[in-house]
Design a protein around this ligand. Structure first.
Ligand code: WQD
Length: 341
């Protein structure tokens, strides 16, 4: 059985990917510092798969700590690296926290991969590397514009670190997956998105408003150059995103990669405005949302959605779930987590 290390594996996207890895027959070891996730996620993974993955609490940004887990790394068949801070707004307030954690963690992982001859890396990148694209949909060849936030910059720099490292070690191979907007929860509602504190992201704010935890949703801006004035994003069900990691990992393990450093857009390939998301949520759940339109949020781009053709062609992967299914799954998770009938 092939062993895969998942850093950040108790996080939102990490935990959903761990479920898909186990269900695809992989052995999984999770490394996480629990700074933005809860260890109870392991119980949710066990309820879904019947297996509670091996877990090590470790701060990957601290090289002395990563040395402690050398036995774990030694005979891994691959690493999926999620562990990073990811709140765009917070990164503007605390840039050094983001550069230190996100870059040091990746550098420690790469050094250990070289040290222990771990060949295959899947890296969690982001559509934020594109900034506000001039042409839509974005392809992998779309220009990488100056990042709008330190968070986005850490993703751009990380991709360059990976690419430069691979040039020096022919054994190392990597695929960077540029995520668009992951939303929703596993169909079992045993795992889902669990933001600590007030949610930054739209969907958890919507479900918490619907659950009565938040008074009112604020929609940031209605003066964008879009059909209804609200911003457009490419929302992708987190389980579809998780499955893309399995497809990418299998591509590397079976040596089907065309170069040793590949990049794929992982999005639904369509854009929806914030108001369309709100209306779809109300339709699929029957819950009327209390919202107000307020000023734009600083750092937001107007519109982005993916051209995901390359992933469909090369990874033999495509999204299976609709926006409506994703929103309903998010609501089912919120209700289950809060004990709402
Ligand atoms: C979506 C839309 C907001 C909250 C995300 C992640 C970031 C990165 C990129 C992975 C925007 C609007 C939001 C609210 C709102 N992901 N909104 N009211 O900004 O696209 O960034 O994707 O690398 O980590 O944050 O996602 O969910 O914050 O916002 O109107 O209360 O919803 O203005 O148009 P975003 P988001």
């Amino acid at each position: 059985m092939k062993k895969i290390i998942v850093t950040g594996g108790t996080g939102y996207i990490g935990s959903h990917t761990v479920v898909e890895l186990i269900e695809s027959g992989f052995e999984v070891v999770i490394l996480d510092n629990l700074s933005n996730s809860n260890i109870d996620v392991l119980d949710g993974i066990k309820k879904i798969t019947g297996i509670k993955p091996e877990f090590y609490k470790v701060d990957l940004a601290d090289s002395s700590e990563t040395d402690k887990i050398s036995d774990v790394l030694k005979n891994a068949d691959g690493i999926i690296h999620f562990a990073a801070y990811k709140a765009v707004g917070e990164s503007v307030k605390y840039p050094l926290k983001y550069y230190k954690n996100n870059l040091n963690s990746l550098i420690n992982i790469l050094e250990n991969m070289q040290k222990y001859s771990v060949k295959n890396l899947i890296f969690s990148s982001s559509c934020t590397v594109y900034g506000q694209p001039k042409e839509l949909p974005v392809t992998e060849q779309s220009p990488i514009l100056k990042a709008d936030s330190p968070y986005g910059n850490t993703k751009q720099i990380s991709e360059e670190i990976i690419s430069d490292t691979i040039k020096t070690s022919e054994k190392l191979k990597a695929i960077s997956l540029r995520y668009f907007n992951p939303i929703g929860a596993h169909e079992s509602a045993e795992i889902g998105e669990l933001p600590l504190g007030v949610p930054d992201n739209l969907i958890p704010y919507i479900t918490q408003t619907a659950a009565g935890i938040r008074e009112q949703l604020s929609i940031f801006g209605s003066d964008y150059n879009t059909p209804d004035g609200t911003a457009i994003r490419d929302y992708i069900h987190v389980s579809d995103l998780a499955k893309a990691h399995i497809a990418a990992l299998k591509r590397l393990i079976s040596n089907k990669n065309k170069t040793n450093s590949e990049v794929f857009n992982i999005g639904a390939g369509k854009g929806n405005t914030v108001l369309e998301v709100v209306k779809t949520f109300e339709e699929v759940t029957g819950v009327k949302l209390n919202y107000q339109i307020v000023d734009r949020r600083q750092g937001d781009i107007e519109k982005i959605w993916a051209n995901a053709d390359l992933a469909q062609k090369e990874l033999i992967w495509e999204t299976e779930k609709s926006l409506a299914e994703a929103l309903l799954s998010a609501w089912n998770w919120e209700k289950k987590y809060r004990g709402i009938k």
